[in-house]
Ligand binder design. Sequence first.
Ligand code: HEC
Length: 209
Amino acid sequence: MNEISNFFQSIRIPMRFIVLIVLAISSWFIVVSCSATNAGQYADNMAPDLIADYIYRIIKSERTIYGKYVVQRLKDENVIRASEHWEQDKSLPLPAQMFRMTAELASENSPFNYGSISPWSLNEGNTPNTDFEKKAMENVLNTGLPFKDYQTKDGKKYFSAVYPDKAVAASCVDCHNSHPIHKQRYPEKIFKVGDVMGGIIINLPLDSQ
Ligand code: HEC
């Protein structure tokens, strides 16, 4: 120790200064390693309802941007329309088709999935059918708020959440209200902008299959 302090004295750096620097560097290491551990714990303990909320934010934003700034804007400017037969008609995919194609790609080779449901569905495959879907859709329509719970579907355990799917643009309500299937099945239901038209369901698998 004496030799070390003699060395620093010889190059004129006071020993007290060296001790201070060593202390500062070690405290920095402690702070950095603690915050890294906390970040890890946060990710491990993240509640499934928070994860579902974040996924919903992305889905909702993409759906809103596509509905407002692509489908509605290009229709208003008479550039191109959205149509169910978009491939043959050289038109834009419907928001629902865009949504389903994205959802199918996102759930490829994974039990994670999301989709669209509605009691006024144009596509029967989108009618709420499990007990959870029926209960959740009813709650969302009554309260306008998301409904979340655990459910078992096809033998797999999920944390599931249904969020309100609102008519964000006039094109949503125009197309649905005037659709022949809608007029035939739900003649009394006239959607207005801002109405809840159905629900976005997110199924987070709980078992790692
Ligand atoms: C040009 C027509 C058209 C537009 C615009 C449109 N939809 Fe649809 N929507 C449909 C059709 C057709 C389906 C069924 C398609 C399918 O699932 O294959 C559908 C499906 C849905 C569903 C699932 C339940 C169902 O009806 O099968 C919801 C919810 C929905 N649309 C809401 C919206 C919202 C919200 C917007 C605006 C952002 C919108 N739609 C814009 C035609 C349209």
